[in-house]
Design a protein around this ligand. Structure first.
Ligand code: ATP
Ligand code: MG
Length: 177
């Protein structure tokens, strides 16, 4: 039984993906833009997991309280070590902070990869970026995802792809009467 490389994260709406594309179009041609279909915001990178662990992970995430949250991404940053350009924000919404912490706890319980940093909400815009960029004109983006996804990071012949293995809808607390 072969392992899969997996992570928990959020998709963008088509409008948000277009918004990100408008930012990507202003980046230098020397960087490698993340393809439209691959744009996402990671909640927790979990690394290699076998099917049994993936099943246990799904059961654990099922049991979590998963309300909707808001996060604004408003800063373009260059991260030296992974050589990426990303659009990042700060997790201020307690719901998002709780979800990120819960993801780490589940990773620990299942002996999966845990992050060495505080949760840093971001969308990777481009790879192979050697320096930061200036003069990019953009509006901050507000994410309010309606679902959490378990993605596989799959190395396809045309580059990495992120097929969705499982999805959970996030509850809308305002709809509860
Ligand atoms: P590739 O590594 O093939 O260039 P990728 O980085 O998009 O592509 P993965 O490395 O599988 O693919 O990562 C999947 C997601 O998890 C991405 O959002 C990536 O930024 C994030 N990620 C990967 N490794 C880590 C890590 N060590 N810590 C935090 N997030 C990570
Ligand atoms: Mg990577």
């Amino acid at each position: 039984m072969t392992d899969k490389r997996v992570f928990l994260g959020f998709s963008l709406t088509p409008q948000q993906a277009l918004h990100i594309e408008a930012i990507q179009q202003q980046l230098p041609i020397s960087v490698r833009q993340v393809p439209h279909d691959n744009l996402h915001m990671t909640l927790a990178f979990l690394g290699q997991a076998n099917n049994e662990t993936i099943d246990a992970l799904i059961v654990s995430v099922d049991a979590l309280n998963k309300p909707r949250f808001k996060v604004t991404l408003d800063l373009i940053e260059h991260w030296q070590k992974p050589k990426i350009l990303c659009l990042k924000g700060v997790a201020l919404d307690p719901t998002l902070i709780a979800l990120a912490n819960a993801g780490q706890l589940i990773a620990q319980q299942l002996n999966l990869h845990q992050s060495e940093h505080h949760y840093n909400p971001h969308i990777t815009l481009a790879r192979k970026a050697k320096a930061t960029v200036n003069d990019v004109t953009f509006q901050p983006i507000l994410l309010q995802p309606t679902a959490l996804h378990l993605f596989e990071s799959f190395a396809g012949t045309n580059g990495v792809e992120y097929p969705i293995l499982h999805s959970w809808s996030l509850s809308d607390i305002h709809s509860i009467k």
